[in-house]
Design a binder for this molecule. Sequence first.
Ligand code: C5P
Length: 396
Amino acid sequence: MQGKRILLIVGGGIAAYKSCELVRLIRREGGAVTCVLTAGATHFVTPMTLAALSENPVHTTLWDLDAEAKMGHIQLSRSADLVVVCPATADLMAKMAAGIADDLATTLLLATDKPVLAVPAMNVRMWQHAATRRNVASLRGDGVEVLEPDAGPMACGEFGPGRLPEPTAILAAITATLGGQAKPLAGRHVLVTAGPTHEPIDPVRYIANRSSGRQGFAIAEAAARAGARVTLVAGPVSLPTPAGVTRIDVETARDMAAAVDAALPADAAIMVAAVADWRVAAEAGQKLKKDGSGVIPPLTLTENPDILARLARAPNRPRLLVGFAAETENVVPHAEAKLARKGADWIVANDVSGDVMGGTRNTVHIVRATGVESLPEMPKDAVAAALIERISDALA
Ligand code: C5P
């Protein structure tokens, strides 16, 4: 960070107050900061605050005669090593994605030839809105690094993803970007299965489980960020497709097995899906009726293909095969047994006796033939990042 120049564009959202702390952190690490505020941002933090913290003039308008006489906005956008947009509001990202330049901030963003890091913060529904999903995807496609917001309680009283990451985490991202982003999985194909499967009983009923797909989706996203080509075979879940990931939606275990086969070859396969072990032997063609006779229809089950075990023995077996083991007791011993039985290289064991299934946090143990590595409880995206780091090392 020493001697690096950051152009910090502050958007108009309640999280703008955290940009003050970010300026302090960057300066403490030896970086220099020049701040630009949108008109909205000036309602949340004052130019005076940021000028005092950055010890640099703060810019708020395109119509500054003195500055513009020297081509101010172009100069501002070019003299930085990195442009950071924090907080990046839904509106600001929409303008960036569309190439709109109707104020100083958006003009700088369009004129810059420097890397841009956007740190979103907004209401959870705004973050999940299809328009924002689209804008984030197109910004990432344009080479803008868009960080994932944190999940948790928000200033607006709602709960979910959309909170600005902690300033220390933003500082870490800035340092990583300035140091040149590592893409350790560039050129690799990573296959991920996620979510539950639905096994039909009749045209309207099915057997399912509580898997939300969150952990698998987070792994697919982390793999894509690490530069991999990612195929995500997803059971029925209501989650947005992570940026840069090819998603194939399936319903049953047999559909999932076929989609996995079709996606091969892959360098690594991470089988996170909670695949139903059994399906109904003979699916009824019509809805089963309660006819008043008191006779209960018998449900005879038959075993589903074990996708992971089959893949372990396939001629085109991925070089690294990772299975998951959701257990409610004896987590590690069961996973050790599963490692051998399934022929996987690693089993990631997690205790699902609490509210892991459907929740946002996870505690995992990575079981390898050489030993067990236990990670502390953390958010599912942090588990994903830790796994992808280890997978990158294993494939290197
Ligand atoms: O045997 P169990 O279901 O506990 O094994 C879990 C692991 O095996 C997970 O990685 C899961 O995705 C995979 N699996 C599979 N096909 C099945 C059952 C489980 O790929 N039919």
